[in-house]
Design a protein around this ligand. Sequence first.
Ligand code: ATP
Ligand code: MG
Length: 360
Amino acid sequence: MIVKNLILRNFRNYDYVKVEFDPKLNVIIGENAAGKTNLVEAIYFLSLARSFRTSEISDLIKNKRQYSQIEATVEQDTITKDIVALMTSSSKKFICNEKPIRKISDLSKLINVIVFEPKDTLMFSDSPLVRRNYLDINLSKKSPIYLENLMMFEKLLRERNAILKKDIIDKIQLNVVTEQMIEVEESICKYRSAYINEINNILSRLITKLKGEKETAELVYLPFMKLDGEFKSSCARAYEHNVESDIKHKMTQIGIHREDMKLILNGKDISQQGSQGENRIAVIAIKLAPYFLIEDKAKKPIVILDDVMSELDDDHKKRLLMFIKNELEQVFITTTKTTIKDASIYEVSEHIITRRNAKW
Ligand SMILES: Nc1ncnc2c1ncn2[C@@H]1O[C@H](COP(=O)(O)OP(=O)(O)OP(=O)(O)O)[C@@H](O)[C@H]1O
Ligand SMILES: [Mg+2]
């Protein structure tokens, strides 16, 4: 799929801009604070109904004006659709071909985006939440059942925690909710484990291509409970064993909301021993892996690489560019300076976007 054009109204530092994009490589250049990330953030927002930088919609609206609007024409399998996001400080609405979109999952089907942002370099030294988010976002896009189970789990977790916060604990109710939780947790664990296996099938190849040397990489899933035939009974025992502590802390301390994964690169845990550049390349590969797990070419996501080149030496920059040109469809790269050829260059300055040239 591709974004053919984008119109922003009152979005971040933009009053009004209209841009036509290249179906392949789009390079957004400009000084710091020019509005490069703002531009790609708008594309991301259309895909997931949220930003990768803020959870406050009001941050997206220019200088506290009344509303902000993003409009895009997207193309998939030669069919084009017009998508509009309309935000006020207290609401967000999405429209496709003049009809309202009610489910966020329907948005991702229209415009699926993968983003790499500078702070992703810290993916393996950051909190486990970041790594779970990676799994949850990608798995939710891939499987509606996963998304349903995840939402169900979150609802049950809220219920269980609410029971634990009461002065008098209703043990029967607690057991019922715990049992329901274990049921969805088994499914979630199986999905997470299978997805990590799928990523591992391609990860070493991706990292080897990006680094130019033979590398072995493995994501290691750390489930909260061993995934075997005894999963349910082991969970029941663990929750029972932990119940007094849960009551004391007034929250559920074990479950899929506490899981994690780590990355072993050439036999070493990257969070302990990886250099910044190594982390960056490994995370780029992990972020891009879902792209290669989607077989239908028309459904391949749009790739946003925000400030991806910084911290990479010239050799790695060249390899990454070659990889992007050879293996990906529509890509957006933001950068402060560029020597990139065979791309459409968009210069952002003073809130205006100028297409400097159509392909060199
Ligand atoms: N709601 C808003 N209203 C007005 N201006 C905003 C709003 N949100 C952000 N900005 C402005 O947008 C600018 C930042 O834009 P952006 O993050 O896209 O810069 P950038 O080109 O990616 O810079 P860098 O190279 O440093 O990453 C800042 O000057 C910021 O003040
Ligand atoms: Mg930026």
